[in-house]
Structures are given as C-alpha cells and as structure tokens.
Design a binder for this molecule. Structure first.
Ligand code: AMP
Length: 225
C-alpha cells in the first residue's frame, strides 16, 4: 500500500503518518525529518538544507527530489510506503507521478488533513519534539497531549524523554512562509494535492484536522483498506 499524506504544518500529519505506519508496518518517510536528521548529523546534505529550513523556505528541488526518489528505491519500500511532506509543490508532484509511473508503482491513497490556516498557526508554536521519537505528540496548549513534569523538568508525556523545539516553529516569519507555500494552489502544496486528486488514480481521503488525534486517525483508518 502506497500512501501520500498532506496537511499544513501544525495539522498533525506526522503524528497521523506514524499511527498509520504502526498499523500497517510501512516505512514512514518524512522529508522534513530526513533533513533534520542530516542537520543533526552535520552531513553535507544537512549543511545545504539548513539555511532554507530555518527561513521556512523549501529546500531546492534539485536536492529534495533525488533524495526522496532514492529513498523510495530502498528495499523496505517494496512492501509500500507512507510519504509525508513530499511532494510540497507542483513540480515535485509531477516528478513523483512520472517516477511512479515509470517504475510501475501504483499510488493507492492520498490522505489530506484539512485545517484552516489560523488554527494551523496556533498549533505550531506550542508543539514540542521528543528527542527519542519525533512522533511522540507533545503540545503545551492541548491538555490531552501536554508534556509532563519529572524531577522539576518538563519532559515527553509518552517516554519521559527530553523535549526540544524546532527553530522554524518559533519564528513567526518562517511559519507564515511555510503556510504561504502550503496553501498556494497555483504552484505550492495545494497545487500538488489538487494535481494528485485530478489524476484520479488514487483514492482520496480528506479528513477534518480540527478534531482530536484519535478521531482524525479513526477517520483515516476507517477508509484505508
Ligand atoms: P516539515 O518537517 O515537513 O515541516 O519540513 C521542515 C522543512 O523541511 C520545510 O519547511 C522545508 O524547508 C523542508 N522540506 C521538507 N519537505 C520538503 C520538500 N518536499 N521540498 C522542499 N523542502 C522540504
């Protein structure tokens, strides 16, 4: 089963991708997480990507597209994949569709988490990342996923690990830029969503991202075969 997950920053798309990954045991490929891993590891790719990410810009297609297409060729992707954060613009969408077509790979589902822009922005600034698992949901403003206190320290509510914030989550200009790109239906991410919807080859699952995490997952799971 091959799945694309779309949703603006703050929609919980990474969290939902991780839930689907656990249920179907598919690799969860997150372009943003791959970049962050490379930045953390001080790799050449990380060095190239960092300045764009910090500003909230897209990393150039010349870097991002080969990185993702190569990842999809790895052995663990033979049984299927969940691709999250890619494609992010129309060019990436067209390139991915062609690459899949050339490789004879069928896209089964397009999952779209729909969230108004003002709600998405509110969610971003309060989220915290667990150093042990990027997909342990922690948010200072939501009771259900609030980090916990341990020995006078605020830690991950799932595993007790340390928490950190993403630099691009605390920078207002970077947040707005990321949302400008997401909600742009001419060349940005909404153009990519509409492109895949228009192809009509995959089943589209659109869910209301304003609901709580379990309800959003239930809405997605109930429609996945
Ligand atoms: P995310 O974790 O999905 O919010 O991604 C964090 C950042 O990584 C984005 O703001 C971009 O700078 C970069 N990035 C992630 N995915 C892509 C992509 N498909 N194309 C270009 N840049 C990307």
């Amino acid at each position: 089963m091959n799945i694309l997950v779309f949703g603006p920053n703050g929609s919980g798309k990474g969290t939902q991708g991780a839930i689907v990954q656990k249920k179907y045991n598919l690799p969860h490929i997150e372009s943003g997480a791959i970049f962050r891993l490379n930045i953390g590891g001080g790799t050449e790719l990380g060095k190239q990507a960092k300045e764009y990410i910090d500003r909230g810009d897209l990393v150039p297609d010349g870097i991002t597209i080969p990185m993702i297409l190569d990842r999809l060729k790895a052995d663990d992707c033979k049984k299927g994949w969940i691709l999250d954060g890619f494609p992010r613009n129309k060019v990436q969408a067209e390139t991915l569709a062609k690459a899949l077509n050339d490789a004879g790979i069928k896209l089964d589902y397009v999952v779209e988490i729909v969230l108004p822009r003002d709600v998405a922005k509110l969610r971003i600034t309060g989220r915290r990342l667990c150093v042990n698992d990027n997909n342990h949901p922690n948010h200072v403003a939501f009771e259900a996923i609030k980090p916990v206190e341990k020995d006078g320290k605020i830690v991950c509510r799932v595993c007790g690990g340390d928490l950190k914030t993403r630099a691009d989550d605390q920078d207002d200009t970077a947040i707005d830029k990321r949302h400008d790109i997401y909600y742009d239906d001419k060349t940005g991410t909404m153009a990519a969503v509409n492109y895949f919807k228009g192809l009509g080859t995959a089943k589209v699952i659109s869910v209301d991202g304003r609901s709580a995490i379990p309800e959003v997952s239930e809405a997605i799971m109930s429609k996945l075969a």
